[in-house]
Each structure stands twice: as C-alpha cells, then as structure tokens.
Design a binder for this molecule. Structure first.
Ligand code: H79
Length: 418
C-alpha cells in the first residue's frame, strides 16, 4: 500500500472538527468514573470479578453511531482498553476481555466498526499503552495503594511485548480501517519505545493517525492532544490540535457526577476551538447497561441542530485570521467567506463592528436566514490612522439563542490588519 503524504492523510481529520469520545469499560459497573480502581485501591483479584457483572444488554451500536452522527460528529474514539487493563474487544492475547470474561460474550467494537463503516463515521481506538493496572509488569504510579504488585519485580517489556503490542496489532488488523489511535499518559515510556509504537501502527495501517500522547516527548504523533478540557489561546502554537473534553466532570460513567456543562457553553467551546484551528473530541460515558446517558444525548442533539443550520461556517473551515480573541465571539473562514459567530449574550444593539478587514464586502447576511436577506453595512477607511472598519446593521434580537452566524462574502483572498 502506498503511504499517503502527511497532509493528505490528515485531511479527513482537519475537516471533521468534531468527534465523539467514548469511555466505556468495567469501571462503568461501579458508576464512579474510570479511575475508581486506583482511587478506591481495589485489588486486582477483586476488580476482575466486575467482569462477571458486566452485561450491557442495551448496547446498540446503531443507536450510538446515530447519536454521534446527529450531533454532527465525524469520528468516534472508543476506549478499547483504559488504565484498568480490560480489553473491550475480542482479544486472543489475553482472556481479560469482554468476550471471554463477561456474560455479554460479544464484541462491541466489531459492531461499532460495521456500523461506522456503513454510516461513514471514522472509528478510532483509545488504548492505554503504558498504564495497565491489571498487568503486573506495566508502569504506573502505585504510591500509597494496597495493590498486589511489587514494583521492583516489574519487567516492563513483558507487558509491552506480551500485551500492549499484540493487542494494538489485533485492533489494527481485525476491525477494518481505523481513523486514529489515541494513546494516553505516556509518562515513564522511553522515546525509543514510543517510536516503536508509532512504527508498529504505521506498519499495520499507514493512514491511521496517531495522537501526541503516544509519547511524553514533545512533537510526536500526527497532531497535538491538548490537556484534558484545555482550550488554547488564539495563535498559541501552530501545530494541529484536538481538545478532549467531558460534558460533566468524569470520563467513565458516574452516577455521582451531575455537574453538566450547558449546551450553550459546549457550543461556545466547540466554535471557539474550531476558530483556533482545532478539533473537539467530546466525551460520553455509557452506563453499565450500554446506554449513553440522557443528559449527554440531549446536549448532543441540540449541538446537532445548531450544526445542521450553521455547518457551512464550521466544517472544512480555516481558523480566525485575527491574532487576538474577539469580545463577541469567534471567526472562521473559507475561500471567499468570513463567518462571524456571535454569541447571543454579546449580540449588539444595532451594529456589529469589525476592524482591520481590508477586503471589500460583497454581501452580508445571517447564515440561518433561508432567504439570505442582505444586511446593510458600511466599510470605512481612515487614511490618517490607516484604520479599516466595518459596521454591519443587525436585527435587534439575536437570531439564535446560542450563536448566530453572520456570513460575509468577501472579495479576494482574506486580508486583515494584525
Ligand atoms: O481517559 C481520561 C482520563 O482517565 C485520562 N485521560 C483522559 C482522556 C487521564 N489519565 N491520567 N489523567 C487523566 C490524569 C490523572 C489525574 C489524577 Fe486523579 C489525579 C489521578 C489521580 C489523581 C482525579 C482524581 C482523577 C482520579 C483521581
């Protein structure tokens, strides 16, 4: 197979902007998030028993993919194995997997792979390549825990060669084309070992992208994973990025955690990230029964409604041409267009002002208006101060309760004063 050049290989991901993160594992049974084994210091032999209780009879790959697709998401990243060490797929490498160890006795990733393929969604896998609390030889911090491991007897390569690498191979040979491999928490891994993992993925699926957390050394992988829930400042760095984000506070299902971000706030974060050239990977933590929580489904549906109307200003766009943040919202652009995403609480009384735009405006309209009725505007240039300014006459009331987009059809290539 010919290896695509780097730019081309990234294109689907650059255009996608919005993906679904799914944290699902044995931890769901305890309903206290995905770190419960660590936080509650549950010994391995006890934690293993959760598998017998894991029977997600309500799991429906069709429904999950539909929820993602209706939200406007273009890819799904699911935890094939999180830090707990349990494989959520049929693994010949270890019987500690959902097919061999649970009454469910079926491979949800197979079903997801088929459904994603049908629906044109890219399926991607999260794999905890360094931390594995189940394997006695994996690297992790076991300070103050009561687990049954002995740190000085660890032989990391037993874990690395005996479990991590073979499972990566299974994931990249048994599930069709995989969009990207999402690694996490590489502390303690040498640069050489990270490079070996990159090479392994490349050798199995040359077009599969790799996130930067494959290594703790900067610059590795195809794009930068920002810190969990981290939104960078505008123009902070040039590298392609993705922000992994939760809707409440935990990644894995938790019945205690009811601090949910509002749809309005999630939409602002989404648009803000995209205006900076990044992607948002928004998490859901399905229940032990296999359902995506109602609070998440609701929010995703509302985001999807907004994207149905305003997708033109979102998918396939390039970042804001200004090097500073705007007080009323965010900007995205495409060849011939500039899109002003105005957050409803900053909707101006009569006129929206934009400074520094040198292009001649051919037309201004509200993107959600089916008639694309022209808005009046005035462009001025002050030769004394060398300042360009644009004033757009807008309706009194914000045309969207979350974010209203003003589309500007511009003449020529974008040209702004910095
Ligand atoms: O998969 C999600 C997290 O489980 C994982 N990355 C995202 C995508 C992650 N790995 N490490 N960390 C997050 C940071 C760990 C934070 C901790 Fe704690 C602070 C671990 C122990 C103290 C907070 C409190 C989380 C568990 C207990």
């Amino acid at each position: 197979m010919e290896v695509m050049n780097c730019k081309h290989k990234m294109k689907w991901w650059k255009d996608a902007k919005f993906g679904m993160f799914i944290h699902w594992g044995l931890y769901a049974v305890l309903k206290k998030g995905e770190w419960v084994m660590y936080s509650s210091k549950i010994p391995v032999h006890k934690y293993e028993k959760l598998a017998r209780k894991f029977n997600p009879i309500k799991f429906d790959a069709k429904q999950w993919v539909r929820i993602a697709k209706n939200a406007g998401m273009k890819y799904i990243v699911i935890t094939a194995k999180h830090h707990e060490g349990f494989a959520m797929f049929q693994s010949k490498t270890s019987p500690y997997n959902i097919v061999d160890a649970t009454p469910f006795n079926s491979d949800p990733l197979k079903e997801l792979a088929e459904e994603c393929q049908k629906e044109g969604i890219k399926l991607c896998f999260y794999y905890s390549h360094v931390i594995d609390w189940h394997h006695p030889d994996s690297l992790h911090d076991r300070a103050n825990n009561t687990w049954d491991y002995e740190l000085d007897k660890k032989d990391f390569y037993k874990y690395w060669n005996g479990l991590a690498k073979p499972q990566i191979k299974e994931l990249l040979t048994e599930y069709g084309p995989i969009g990207l491999m999402w690694f996490d928490t590489a502390g303690g891994l040498s640069k050489e070992d990270s490079e070996e993992m990159v090479q392994l993925v490349r050798s199995l699926q040359p077009d599969c992208l790799i996130n930067s957390r494959v290594s703790h050394c900067p610059g590795m992988g195809d794009y930068q994973s920002k810190g969990d829930n981290e939104i960078p400042m505008l123009g902070q760095d040039a590298r392609e990025f993705e922000t992994p984000m939760t809707m409440n506070q935990s990644w894995g299902y938790s019945d205690k955690d009811q601090v949910w971000k509002t749809t309005a706030s999630l939409l602002r974060k989404l648009v803000n990230i995209v205006s900076k050239g990044g992607n948002l990977l928004l998490n859901v933590g399905p229940t032990p029964d296999g359902e995506i929580p109602g609070q998440s489904v609701e929010r995703l549906a509302e985001i999807g409604e907004w994207l149905d109307i305003n997708g033109e200003a979102f998918y396939g766009t390039s970042p804001c041409p200004y090097p500073y943040e705007l007080e009323w919202g965010s900007i995205t652009m495409k060849s011939g267009y500039l899109y002003l995403h105005v957050y409803s609480e900053y909707w101006p009384q009569a006129n929206l002002q934009l400074y520094g735009l040198r292009n001649k405006i051919l037309k201004a309209y509200i993107l959600s208006d089916p008639n694309k009725a022209s808005l009046e505007f005035i462009q001025t240039y002050d030769s004394e101060t060398n300042h360009y300014s644009l004033s757009i006459e807008v309706p009194n009331i914000a045309p969207d309760k979350n974010i209203a987009v003003i589309a500007l059809k511009i003449d020529g290539e974008i040209d702004v004063d910095e």
